[in-house]
Write a protein that binds this ligand. Structure first.
Ligand code: NAD
Ligand code: TYD
Length: 365
């Protein structure tokens, strides 16, 4: 048996493949376009592993996907591939439409054609698992109940709109063609191999470099943070036992404001790697600790257009039906994350060149 994982050189896909092969000998075929967010280094430990085969390619390349499916005969396809950064989707939505909508559509077409060739027992056992986000549900006010699987879709950014479209296509392939699909909608992830233009790795990276820590608007936007390996265990559980055609919300019950997240990282760094130099980085617009603390690097900057105020996930369906629960609290997960970045500065140096620097100077200048 084999599984095909798309987007496996990105943050969550790489964690998923590494985790999968740490717990199972079932081979993995990886398909990734290696965009700016995809990094083969994330899978370096699998280079000589006969259970893993990496293919550089696009989920929208129907001929390539058909060839991979026919050649490897996977029993499941897990779709992590996507353009995933909200700020980039605001700056240029085109790639999001191409990969998240057109790419998912073409992948579904190729998978449907393959699935229709399978013998009946194999066809019944086959699964297409689509990895999606809580951002499709839109934004909550402080008193609203958390998103459930029946919350209406109200995506607000080009990123979340493109993911919502892909979720609808996946749903339609189940209802129209009977393709055995499963969808997961997860809250914000953090952990090892997170590309440092997203909030948590960016703050760790900038802090260690003595650079300002940019907090959008008033920093009171709320996200529900989940440690990435807990997301991976939820996906494994849904793949193994999820009901066909169903969607499952995945979340950590860890609602935090962005400012609190940034302060937690500063406090951990103060403990684990105290500042060497307290050189000022421009006038602070926040009085939040002495110059010797990383908190003194926090700066409020211009807000993101259309910035969603609050996300919160009700993951009780997954707990009730499939017995899943997260293993990490925010406190344990963020400590492991900060330690991982401190211990893997070579990875950070490798990834923060070229396209990364171009984006940072364009976005924050
Ligand atoms: P990421 O941006 O780190 O990685 C995406 C990967 O997909 C990269 O390796 C990239 O090269 C690859 N890719 C992009 N376009 C492709 C294409 N056309 N064909 C093949 N590969 C392509 O993203 P991530 O944070 O790992 O997110 C993975 C999935 O999980 C996405 O679908 C995202 O919407 C979803 N998700 C992410 C989060 C989060 O907090 N990061 C939360 C919930 C859901
Ligand atoms: P991000 O990591 O981009 O994830 P998402 O937009 O998918 O939730 O951002 C998380 C939150 O942090 C979001 O509310 C935007 C905010 N943010 C900042 O305040 N400063 C930053 O430099 C970045 C990248 C994000």
């Amino acid at each position: 048996m084999t599984i095909l994982v798309t987007g496996s050189a990105g943050f969550i896909g790489a964690n998923f493949v590494l985790d999968w092969l740490a717990q199972s000998d079932e081979p993995v075929v990886s398909l990734d376009k290696l965009t700016y967010a995809g990094n083969r280094q994330n899978l370096a430990s699998l280079e000589c592993d006969p259970r893993h085969c990496f293919v550089h390619g696009d989920i929208g390349d129907t001929a390539l996907v058909a060839e991979l499916l026919a050649g490897h005969q996977p029993r499941a396809v897990l779709n992590f591939a996507a353009e995933s950064h909200v700020d980039r989707s605001i700056d240029g939505p085109e790639d999001f439409i191409q990969t998240n909508i057109v790419g998912t559509f073409r992948l579904l077409e190729a998978v449907k054609a393959y699935w229709q060739t399978l013998a009946s027992a194999d066809g019944e056992a086959f699964r297409f698992l689509h990895v999606s986000t809580d951002e499709v549900y839109g934004s909550l006010s402080p008193s609203d109940a958390a998103f459930t699987e029946s919350t209406a879709y109200q995506p607000n950014s080009p990123y979340s709109a493109s993911k919502a479209a892909s979720d609808h296509l996946v749903r339609a392939y189940f209802h129209t063609y009977g393709l055995p699909v499963l969808t997961t909608n997860c809250s914000n992830n953090y952990g090892p191999y997170h590309f440092p233009e997203k909030l948590i790795p960016l703050v760790i990276h900038n802090a260690l470099a003595g650079q300002p820590l940019p907090v959008y608007g008033d920093g009171q936007q709320i996200r529900d943070w989940l440690y990435v390996t807990d997301h991976c265990s939820a996906i494994r559980r849904v793949l193994a036992a999820g009901r066909l055609g169903e969607t499952y919300n995945v979340g950590g019950c860890n609602e935090k404001s962005n400012l609190d997240v940034v302060r937690s990282i500063c406090d951990l760094l103060d403990e684990l790697q105290p500042r060497q130099s307290c050189a000022p980085v421009g006038a602070s617009n926040l009085t939040d600790g002495p110059a010797s603390s990383y908190r003194s690097l926090i700066r409020f900057v211009k807000d993101r257009p259309g910035h969603d105020r609050r996300y919160a996930i009700d993951a009780s369906k997954l707990a009730r039906e499939l017995g899943w629960e997260p293993a990490q609290t925010f406190e344990s997960g963020i400590r492991q994350t900060v330690r991982w970045y401190l211990d893997n500065q070579d990875w950070v140096t490798h990834i923060t060149s070229g396209a990364y620097r171009d984006w940072m100077s364009k976005h924050y200048s």
